[in-house]
Design a protein. Structure first.
Length: 61
């Protein structure tokens, strides 16, 4: 019997409808806000880039 290939679902699963409505129910009780989280991530990325610049210059010198 030949291989039928990858099986692609034809629509959303049975669980998708219930999960979409839940999201984050109490945003006020979260330890960090939804808009502050990308700012924290960007801060860490900038700190990593600024910290690695001198290290790379010293290593490649």
């Amino acid at each position: 019997m030949p291989d039928p290939g990858p099986q692609v679902p034809k629509g959303p699963g049975r669980l998708a409808g219930g999960v979409v409505g839940r999201g984050s129910p109490d945003l006020d009780t979260l330890p960090i806000g939804p808009w502050a989280a990308p700012g924290v991530l960007a801060g860490w990325a900038v700190a990593a880039l600024l910290g690695d610049g001198p290290a790379l210059r010293l290593r490649d010198a």
